[in-house]
Design a protein around this ligand. Structure first.
Ligand code: ZN
Length: 80
């Protein structure tokens, strides 16, 4: 298999400000039935910030089950 060298350019991204389009929705929370407003950049929210506080999305709450792997046991056979 032939191999060759390629030149990889270095890219530098400078810190910059980015404008995201948010808008304030006035809506009634589905959970507490109170009219509230919430700033969002996505679709219309369904819940107020009290019921659904903003935060980093949790990727998964599935805990890996602690299951002891069956270890191969070495039995010493005595008296053979
Ligand atoms: Zn609510």
């Amino acid at each position: 298999m032939a191999s060759k060298e390629i030149q990889v350019k270095e890219y530098t991204v400078r810190a910059h400000k980015r404008q995201i389009h948010t808008r304030v929705f006035n809506f009634v929370c589905k959970q507490c039935d109170r009219s509230t407003s919430r700033e969002t950049y996505g679709p219309r929210p369904l819940y107020c910030e009290t019921c659904r506080p903003p935060g980093p999305p949790k990727k998964s709450l599935v805990e890996p089950k602690k299951k002891a792997k069956p270890r191969p046991m070495t039995y010493k056979s005595d008296g053979e």
